[in-house]
Design a protein around this ligand. Structure first.
Ligand SMILES: Nc1nc2c(c(=O)[nH]1)N[C@H]1C(S)=C(S)[C@@H](COP(=O)(O)OP(=O)(O)OC[C@H]3O[C@@H](n4cnc5c(=O)[nH]c(N)nc54)[C@H](O)[C@@H]3O)O[C@H]1N2
Ligand SMILES: Nc1nc2c(c(=O)[nH]1)N[C@H]1C(S)=C(S)[C@@H](COP(=O)(O)OP(=O)(O)OC[C@H]3O[C@@H](n4cnc5c(=O)[nH]c(N)nc54)[C@H](O)[C@@H]3O)O[C@H]1N2
Ligand code: SF4
Ligand SMILES: [Mo]
Length: 751
């Protein structure tokens, strides 16, 4: 364990002070936890600067944290609770209230719905891995007492599939490339080996810094000689620095992965020792891979057969190496099979749990116990009422939520029961974020009788639905703990320290505790937020919250080759924590759930191959949502420094394709398909294939009228109106957000 003992708050003679902290959210971010210093003067956050002593981020920050002062002190921020009469939903008619008044409205409503219709009539909506993600499950399960916690993105298409596949196939938490994250001395640690290659499969971490992986580590490793390989339809910045780039047709990834496996097995390049001792079902995988020759797969994917062979040979012969898999694995109805094939590639090349390969955590999550325990507040009967639990056992075994698509169906049909109350904790999902066909969600959500929204600004979702609005502090304004990868295979745990507080806000954990004490006090026996964290930290790590503040970062020790020493399994036996004790190249679980036990390729639901007639009318493959530095989903649209860089929704199109349509750079265009349409500004760029267009997501325009029907222009650049609901895989996962089809035409007027 590393100890960095430096004061966490330094007060200057003039009364100004600096607080050392780790970042998370709000404003949005995954648990990356970059280290920074917050400078406060005259009650204002005046400057944010990177902390060079943080072992992971080492002083580097991206533009979202650098502009945090603009966010914290934004004139449009809402910093007092508000209420609105039900008939005024959609109208900007609010009344400021105190927290006590807010609780006096909310608590009796919850009690009434529970008594009249059962706790399951209440649904808590939450979005991606923000700080809220640690707390919206407890908010639902233990503060309110409902089993219905919903992440509404179709097919749970973010991390859910990847984490579940890893559980099914490896019996472990999210596997990440070994970037020496658990070592205080990082790459200089004698146990560490610099990988020969790293493959980014549908992931662009320089922009996305996802879930505890800081993108700059790739630059560190490039400088140390690591070769990069990109599997991406767009030529990214990293792509231009890579040894190989496979610019594939969006959504054909599983075929490509199986072709790599085909070459590695047929050319006898696989790690025979690892396969013999630690893999289950190799012969079956070998047989399946015969269906995916490089020539056949070249036709499917647009990646030349010779390149497929070269990449496969390079991966198998250079060791160690690692695959980083991204959102393109989740946002794919064939993504479970893709994830299975990617993990199989890591296994048969002998790169699991070795220095410079793929890291795997022990079975228990750091700080994970209490989150699981909050479920004890729910009876088994109530737990069984979770929406979609029966219909989608694979998903609902792995994810403690409702099935997202079933939840929309339930809202629309009132079956199996009617949902009455919504608590919107961290999703602004009628913007093009956590919903496919948000127009359907918008209509369906109108049936809810009472809604609470927690947020920092008035969003389209809050304007449309909130009866009570509860304001949140930013991460600069409240205490917290950041734990990368939510504790499973975490590289560190860090303190988030309150530096100031603007207005009368409450953080997610403050709300959980206060509401919990009113409704289920037995579950919330904590005197304060400090006490809460101390009670979680002490039994596991032997430190209290103040110790964590002082030592700043806790890095768990990492051991390699744990499959040999019994540290991957809960029973302490050697092997992997799966049914067979091995890496399941052939899954023992999938068949029981009605799925093929081996990976296979399936065409996207709409594509030049599966719907050739439609493709004549909608002749572009549409991929969406590749991340940018300037926003986190629907957030940051009010921050003028960031809007100056990215003022509008953007569509990338190849210059040759644009020329045929008479489109020039900066023109306003419409993307349209059989489900919806969306405006964007055209960006002409050779980085994209002439038959593919890419649209950013998360757009709304805070400067536009907020009241209905405009809702801050939410329907103008709403790319998710083109993404269909419930086009999911057999286990309930995946959606076609990165592989739809559309047509494109120039329009005169923008937004
Ligand atoms: N700045 C910023 N950072 C973020 C977020 C944000 O909104 N803003 N969101 C966070 C969240 S919730 C997530 S899940 C992560 C996601 O972060 P990543 O996993 O990095 O995913 P994306 O940026 O969506 O896409 C990565 C790459 O996939 C490529 N791609 C598109 N279609 C396909 C395909 O069919 N196959 C393949 N192989 N590649 C394809 C895109 O061109 C893009 O370069 O980012 C997190 N970080
Ligand atoms: N077309 C397309 N759509 C996509 C994607 C794509 O690639 N393409 N990506 C999808 C993915 S991977 C994801 S994860 C979803 C993300 O979707 P969501 O995570 O639902 O993101 P938002 O809709 O921006 O809603 C988040 C809201 O929470 C508030 N918030 C920020 N921080 C906190 C916090 O700590 N606590 C609380 N309580 N609230 C907070 C924000 O102000 C914001 O209004 O979008 C998905 N949508
Ligand atoms: S990734 Fe960017 S926004 Fe997130 S904590 Fe680090 S610097 Fe801040
Ligand atoms: Mo996500």
């Amino acid at each position: 364990m590393s100890k960095i003992t430096k004061e966490w708050k330094h007060v200057n003679e003039d009364g100004s002070y600096t607080v050392r902290t780790c970042g998370w959210s709000p404003p949005g971010d995954h648990p990356v936890g970059c280290g920074m210093k917050l400078h406060v003067k005259g009650g204002k956050l005046v400057k944010v600067e990177g902390d060079p002593d943080h072992p992971i981020s080492q002083g580097r920050l991206c533009i979202r944290c650098l502009t945090l002062p603009e966010f914290v002190h934004h004139p449009q921020r809402i910093t007092t609770p508000m209420k609105r009469a039900p008939e005024n939903r959609g109208k900007d008619i609010w009344q400021k209230i105190s927290w006590d008044e807010a609780w006096d409205i909310i608590v009796p409503k919850i009690k009434e719905f529970k008594k009249k219709y059962g706790a399951e009539s209440i649904v808590v909506f939450g979005g991606t891995g923000r700080q809220a993600c640690l707390y919206y499950y407890p908010l639902g399960f233990a503060s309110i007492g409902t089993p219905n916690v919903c992440y509404p993105w179709s097919g749970w298409s973010c991390y859910g599939p990847r984490c579940s596949i890893t559980d099914y196939i490896l019996g472990a938490g999210y596997p990440e490339i070994d970037f020496a994250g658990t070592y205080p001395d990082r790459y200089d640690n004698p146990n560490y080996v610099v990988p020969k290659w790293i493959m980014q499969w549908g992931k662009n971490p320089l922009m996305s810094n996802p879930d505890g992986f800081f993108g700059h580590s790739l630059i560190d490793l490039l400088k140390r000689g690591t070769e990069l390989i990109q599997i991406d339809p767009r030529m990214t910045w990293l792509g231009t620095r890579s040894k190989y780039v496979c610019q594939l047709r969006p959504g054909t990834d599983t075929a490509l992965a199986l072709a790599f496996i085909n070459v590695i097995i047929n050319e006898e390049l696989y790690d025979k020792d690892f396969v013999e001792n630690w893999c289950y079902g190799f012969d079956e995988l070998k047989e399946r891979a015969q269906e995916y020759s490089p020539e056949k797969v070249a036709d499917i994917t647009w990646v030349p057969a010779q390149k497929i062979r070269e990449v496969a040979r390079f991966m198998a012969t250079e060791k160690p190496g690692a695959i980083q898999w991204g959102l393109a694995v989740d946002e794919n109805p064939n993504g479970v099979q893709l994830g299975h094939a990617i993990l199989s590639l890591c296994a048969i090349t002998g790169n699991l749990d070795v220095p410079g390969g793929i890291t795997m955590g022990p079975p228990a999550a750091l700080l994970g116990k209490w989150r699981m325990e909050t479920r004890r507040n729910l009876s088994p009967e109530l737990w069984d009422k979770r929406i979609g639990a029966k219909e989608w056992p694979a998903l609902s075994t792995a994810m403690a939520t409702t099935h997202p698509d079933e939840t929309l169906d339930t809202l629309e049909t009132g079956k199996p029961y009617k949902l009455r109350m919504g608590w919107f904790n961290s999703s602004n999902f009628i913007t093009p974020t956590c919903s496919a066909q948000p127009d359907r969600w918008y209509r369906a959500l109108k049936s809810l009788e009472f809604n609470v929204v927690q947020d920092l600004f008035m969003t389209p979702t809050a304007m449309a639905f909130a009866d009570v609005f509860l304001p949140l502090p930013t991460f600069a304004e409240a205490d917290g703990v950041v734990v990368t990868h939510f504790g499973r295979n975490a590289v560190f745990l860090g303190a988030i320290n309150e530096a100031l507080r603007v207005g009368d806000t409450k953080s997610d954990i403050e709300v959980c505790i206060e509401l919990g004490k009113k409704l289920h006090p037995d579950m919330w026996q904590f005197d304060s937020v400090d006490d809460f964290f101390t009670k979680q930290l002490k039994p596991e790590l032997g430190i209290d919250f103040n110790d964590l503040r002082e030592q700043f970062i806790y890095q768990p020790k990492y051991e390699y080759r744990k499959f040999e020493t019994g540290k991957l399994r809960s029973d302490g036996e050697p092997g992997f924590n799966t049914v067979t004790g091995m890496v399941e190249l052939t899954s023992t679980l999938f068949e029981a759930w009605g799925e093929d036990a081996l990976p296979y390729f399936q065409e996207p639901p709409y594509s030049p191959v599966s719907t050739p007639e439609l493709f004549k009318e909608y002749p572009f493959v549409l991929t969406t949502g590749a991340r940018k530095f300037t926003s986190f989903h629907s957030e940051h649209r009010q921050i003028s420094t960031l809007r100056e860089i990215d003022p509008y929704n953007e569509m990338e199109i190849h210059p040759d394709a644009a020329a045929k349509l008479g489109i020039i750079d900066g023109d306003w265009v419409m993307m349209e398909n059989m489900f919806g349409k969306c405006k964007a500004k055209a960006k002409l760029t050779p980085i994209i294939h002439p038959q593919v267009v890419h649209s950013t997501h998360g757009w709304w325009y805070p400067e536009k009228p907020g009241e209905e029907p405009s809702l801050f222009g939410v329907w103008e650049s709403n790319i998710n109106t083109l993404i269909p609901h419930k086009h999911i895989g057999k286990l309930g996962f995946g959606c076609p957000a990165k592989q739809m089809i559309c047509k494109v035409y120039r329009i005169e007027e923008g937004v």
